[in-house]
Design a protein around this ligand. Structure first.
Ligand SMILES: [Zn+2]
Length: 474
């Protein structure tokens, strides 16, 4: 990114929660987003980037701010359970079982690894609504008191327009104040998509509001003479697909004799397993190794012998079940075939039996992470090999990981408002996001995890002493 790196002094980062690449691109093409087109894309690029698995808010923010995969950061979902740290029956202790959707939201930053974030590299910063605030001085987290009230009100009243209006006002104020790094999250597209569908008039209006704000931001930058030395990045944490059927994972496991602990009932007695759903297109499933002990992660082979894998594959709309083999490799199972992802010396290999569950159709031998991205970029499961591998590096990842087919999600009860759109899964429509940036980017192959080192490099920072998952892209 950037041939004029030395002249960059300011960075505006706009994150549109839940903007699918395809829809965003069409809105640019049909003239719905004229300011983003004129001020950002026409001066730079619009690219497709691959997010992370699970493709969900929270875990999928970590790549942008820290250059880490959710598995590396040990935050493998918006809900998770730690088998080794589970504290039953001390229900008020953490960690053990977690939902960042509830009270644990306040622990998100404390759960992150102690590593630098984007906020640490800029002298004056502003944060608006984004939950990853590690490195941001509290006084510069401009919505820290407002967000819990405003989001709760909007969640129950569906008034996300008002949330966007506050975001826009705070963003313009921070830009006017001359802050070097301004981070602004717009949640309306995600919220209205869940509430209606991915292209409802409510959703399109939310995109329009963001576009109008971008126009105002750019005019302020022009007036202050900063327009040419400001990096403007507009992207998303995940895509979305419309949902027609909710799969009740917890009830299915209950009925099959596996009493299932799940939110909002994380303290069920006699639980034999747990389901922790994200997005709601993915879920971590954990099984007790003994009647009263969660123990260590159970191998895929053992879970197959217990009949659990078959039980789950009975579910119509469940895309695949993944787990870790006794030899450490990652197994992806569908009823029609099995794939195996092996990792050695920084290289990824892939084999399959019968029908390839990831639909690549060819085995791979010793691919670098970069080549694994390139080979699978335009497939149904972009970056699927590395994404499945990284997720199982987290101690909090389930014994099994489930991903839903488009049209389905994995949470049938206790969701208000009912979700009519879904993300979280490994499928392309939920994994790929738009990347609009006012500087040219040459490569066609981008992970969101690459943006952290790439942005820092554009501002002249090197982070060689800090091992991360992302790479500088050009
Ligand atoms: Zn969402």
């Amino acid at each position: 990114m950037s041939s004029k790196k030395n002249s960059l002094t300011r960075f505006i980062f706009i994150l549109i929660d839940g903007a699918p690449y395809q829809i965003f691109k069409e809105l640019v093409a049909d003239g719905t987003l004229p300011n983003i087109k004129k001020y950002v894309i026409d001066r730079g690029s619009i690219k497709k980037a691959v997010s992370v698995f699970p493709s969900t808010t929270g875990p999928a923010f970590i790549p942008f701010f820290m250059g880490l995969f959710p598995g590396t950061a040990n935050i493998p979902g918006i809900r998770w359970l730690s088998k080794t740290k589970f504290q039953n029956p001390h229900r008020f202790l953490r960690p053990g079982v977690c939902s960042y959707m509830g009270i644990d939201g306040v622990s998100f930053n404390a759960d992150l690894p102690a590593k630098p974030t984007l906020f640490n590299f800029f002298s004056s910063v502003s944060n608006i609504y984004n939950l990853l605030t590690s490195g941001c001085p509290p006084s510069k987290d401009r919505t820290r008191f407002l967000k819990p009230l405003v989001y709760t009100y909007a969640h129950f009243s569906h008034q996300w327009k008002f949330v966007h209006a506050i975001a826009s006002r705070k963003l313009l104020k921070a830009v006017e104040a001359g802050d070097k790094f301004v981070m602004c999250l717009f949640s309306g597209v995600d919220a209205y998509s869940h509430f209606s569908h991915t292209q409802s008039s409510l959703v399109i209006d939310a995109y329009r509001e963001i576009d109008q704000t971008v126009g105002k931001v750019c005019r302020i930058l022009q007036q202050s003479g900063d327009f040419d030395n400001t990096l403007i990045l507009i992207t998303s944490d995940h895509g979305m697909t419309n949902t027609h059927t909710h799969i009740d994972i917890a009830r299915h496991l209950d009925k099959s004799g596996w009493c299932c602990l799940h939110h909002p009932l994380p303290w069920r007695h006699n639980a034999r397993c747990a389901s922790m759903v994200s997005g709601n297109g993915m879920a971590h499933i954990y099984f007790k190794s003994e009647p009263n002990r969660w123990g260590e992660r159970l191998s895929f082979e053992r879970l197959s012998q217990m009949g659990v894998v078959e039980t789950l594959l009975e579910l119509n709309g469940l895309d695949f079940v993944a787990g870790q083999s006794e030899d450490g490799s990652i197994i992806v199972q569908k009823s029609t075939g099995q794939g195996k992802i092996a990792y050695a010396n920084g290289m990824i290999s892939y084999q399959f039996n019968r029908v390839d569950p990831l639909r690549y159709g060819i085995p791979y031998e010793n691919l670098s992470f970069r080549d694994a991205l390139i080979q699978t970029y335009d497939s149904a499961y972009p970056d699927g090999l590395v994404q499945l591998w990284q997720l199982f590096q987290s101690e909090r990842t389930g014994d099994l990981v489930l991903s839903a087919q488009p049209g389905y999600d994995l949470r049938a009860r206790y969701e208000y408002p009912e979700h009519h759109a879904t993300h979280g899964a490994l499928i392309a429509e939920q994994m790929v996001v738009p990347l609009a940036v006012n500087l040219p980017i040459d490569t066609e192959f981008i992970r969101t995890v690459d943006l952290f080192p790439t942005i820092l490099s554009a501002f002249g920072y090197s982070i060689q002493d800090n091992p991360i998952d992302g790479q500088v892209i050009r």
